[in-house]
Design a protein around this ligand. Structure first.
Ligand code: ZN
Length: 132
């Protein structure tokens, strides 16, 4: 098994940052040709998702829809002031598992892997584990 941690800076309070190429680079580095790849975000106000990477308006719509679904201001108990970010991250989830075949991530034509930032900007970590 190969494990590495990616350092990913985000530049907005709420955004989707594509990390497909970084994950593929980790698989390349692992030397593992066939198996699976777990991508995990060890944060409580960020998540990981798979969606369209061809048209950036899809990512923008996703962020905007989550902002409407879970508004930043509301009657929350969490005193830190970022309850909405925790809730959005919980809705998205913290990990995804992918198939690796012949050294490549098996993704659909329009799919990309995104770090979902809900309390940025900040430096995030993404753990990539490749199993042969
Ligand atoms: Zn908090």
């Amino acid at each position: 098994m190969f494990v590495t941690t990616l350092a990913i800076p985000t530049h907005q309070e709420s955004c989707l940052k594509e990390i497909t190429h970084e994950v593929q680079r980790a698989i390349d580095e692992s030397g593992i040709r066939d198996g699976s790849c777990l991508v995990y975000v060890p944060h409580t106000t960020a998540g990981l998702l798979v969606n369209e990477n061809a048209d950036p308006s899809v990512a923008n719509d996703l962020v905007a829809a989550l902002e409407r679904l879970v508004p930043r201001r509301g009657s929350y108990s969490h005193a830190e002031g970022n309850a909405a970010a925790h809730i959005r991250a919980s809705l998205i989830g913290a990990s995804q598992c992918f198939v690796v075949s012949q050294g490549r991530l098996l993704l659909g034509t329009w799919q990309g892997i995104f770090l979902a930032e809900f309390d940025g900007p900040r430096q995030r970590h993404v753990i990539v584990s490749v199993q042969g």
